[in-house]
Each structure stands twice: as C-alpha cells, then as structure tokens.
Design a protein around this ligand. Structure first.
Ligand SMILES: *Cc1c(COP(=O)(O)O)cnc(C)c1O
Length: 300
C-alpha cells in the first residue's frame, strides 16, 4: 500500500444475542479506521491511479456528486501526495456547498460543476477531450474508481485479511468495484454477499463488465436493503445505526455501511445463515457522509 494508510486494518468481533445465540460469529473489518477521510475502500480503489499519478507527476481528474466519498477521498489523497486534482461535480454550483465539497476545496481540489445533462456525457470522447484541453495532461479516475484498476486495488482488501476461514464476507455495493475486487481475490469457499444501496441497479452486469471473465458462483447480490434508493433513509435505519453504536461503539454511515449492517443482522434474525457460520462485514468507511444529516440525527 501507499503510505497514506495510517494503520493496518483491524478486525473486530462483535457480540449480540441474534448471532451469538445461534452460534454465528460476526466480525467487522474496520477500513473506516485507516484514515480520517481517505477512508475505507477508497484507499484501495485509488491505489493504482495514485501510484501512476505519483510516478508521472501528473494531476488527477475525477467525478462525483455533491456528497461523494470518492471525491473527498481523492482530494485528501492528492493533497497528501502533492498532486493537483480536479473534481467534476454533477449538477450546477449550489449557493451553499455541501460539507463534502467544502472539504474538497479545503484540500485544494478544483471543483468543476457540470449540469446533470453535461455530466451524463462524461464518458464520451468529446467531454474527455475538452477536459484535456482545459486542464492538460492528467490521470483520469472514473467515478467511484469503476474500472479494472479499481478492482485490482480493491482486491488488496481481501489480501490484507489473514484469516481465510470466513463463510461469508459482506460488503455494500455502489459501483460494485469493491465487490468485484473481493470476488477476484477471495477463496471459492467464501461467499461474497453484496448489499446494493441503489434501487434497481443491475449488479451482475457491472460485475461481468468489471471482471471481464465468466462470473464465479460464490457470490450473491442482496437488493432489498436500499431503504428507498441511493442516500435515502428511514427512521428504522437511523434507529438501527444508533443502537448499533450504543452496543458496539462502531459508527456506521447511512448511505452504505448502515444499510449493509442492517441487512446482515436482519438476515441473521431470519435464519439465512447456517449455525457455525463465520461472517465478516467490511466497514468500507464513508463516515464523512453523515455530515449531511441534520445535527442530532445520530448519537455520534
Ligand atoms: C464508495 C463507497 C462504497 C461503494 O463501493 P463500490 O466499490 O463503488 O461499490 C461503499 N461504502 C462506502 C462507505 C463508500 O464510500
């Protein structure tokens, strides 16, 4: 790994009646603790892009919405390595910047706002050519790191785990890059459960695109814990996150890890996992996103 990572990722076992009472072990890989903002899976997904940018002393251009953990992580990482960076932001410039975009500006990221219509063309040749004309030589990182290089970086998450005996590994799914990385690297005896946080996203199609190989069989997409869609939430979800923090002192974010954890615990209660299962949930970070919640919503 590049030296931006503050500490090694630790695995914490958590204990509560629904699983302990059924002889199921539940652990959490705390990628959220790797770095205050380049947290979680983003450190891994950015790895090969940053390495190339550092080697070529090149600036970085990437994309995201106003609350994007990916933009925040890229801004912090580029600051750390002294790289220039541009964040192409979906939507017109608002009068009031989100906490995420303010954070990006403070880290020296140049923000380039694009209307939703223009933004939707961001993979087109003309759009990319214009970026080159405007900013010059650069390393382009697709939104959310969605690419083979992002997958290779995310595969290092599994390689950092020494214990290979988990029955299940759970992760939240946005672009599916992290899940693809886990699938690429994990042992076939471990089943990867991906909790989609978007409504109606075809995760299988994304995995096929990202891996470029026939899909293995040791995975399952769980698509009924999106709570209404991307960045949508319910009181039930927020209550769960507050109770989870009270019990285990582990903060979750409401866009990704809260939904995955809610889903995993709910499936435990419904008897989805066999007795003796060992489950590892990946805390992919993203806690900065909670700043967009009204003060007092969460206890932490
Ligand atoms: C970006 C992000 C994800 C989504 O990861 P993908 O690789 O895009 O599926 C999951 N969790 C957190 C906290 C994130 O910030």
């Amino acid at each position: 790994m590049l030296d931006i990572q503050h500490t090694e990722a630790v695995i914490r076992e958590v204990y509560d009646e629904p699983w302990c009472g059924n002889n199921i072990a539940l652990s959490i890989l705390r990628l959220d603790a790797l770095h205050p903002t380049v947290s979680g899976n983003k450190i891994y997904k950015l790895h090969y892009f940053l390495q190339k940018a550092i080697q070529q002393r090149s600036m970085v251009i990437t994309f995201g919405g106003a609350y994007s953990n990916h933009l925040a992580a890229t801004a912090a990482a580029c600051r750390h390595y002294g790289l220039g960076c541009v964040g192409v932001v979906r939507g017109e410039e608002p009068g009031n910047l989100s906490p995420t975009l303010r954070y990006c500006l403070q880290r020296g990221m140049h923000l380039e706002f694009k209307s939703r219509k223009d933004y939707s063309q961001k993979e087109e040749g003309q759009f990319l050519e214009n970026l080159g004309l405007q900013f010059g030589e650069h390393i382009l990182i697709p939104e959310g790191g969605f690419s083979a290089a992002g997958v290779r970086g995310a595969a290092q998450i599994y390689n950092s785990i020494r214990d290979r005996s988990y029955t299940y590994i759970c992760c939240p799914v946005g672009t599916a890059t992290t899940m693809a990385g886990l699938l690429k690297s994990a042992s076939f005896s471990t089943e990867i459960l991906g909790y989609s946080v978007l409504k109606g996203l075809d995760v299988n199609e994304r995995l096929a695109f990202l891996l470029g190989t026939p899909l293995p069989e040791n995975y399952r997409v769980i698509s009924n814990y999106h709570f209404g869609g991307y960045a949508k939430k319910t009181d039930d979800l927020i209550d769960f996150m507050n109770r989870f923090y009270d019990k285990h002192l582990i903060p979750l974010d409401f866009v990704y890890t809260g939904k995955m954890m809610y889903g995993a615990v709910d499936m435990i209660k419904q008897g989805y996992f066999k007795e003796g299962s060992r489950i590892l949930c990946i805390h992919t970070g993203g806690l900065q996103g909670n700043l967009s919640l009204a003060p007092g919503t969460l206890k932490y």
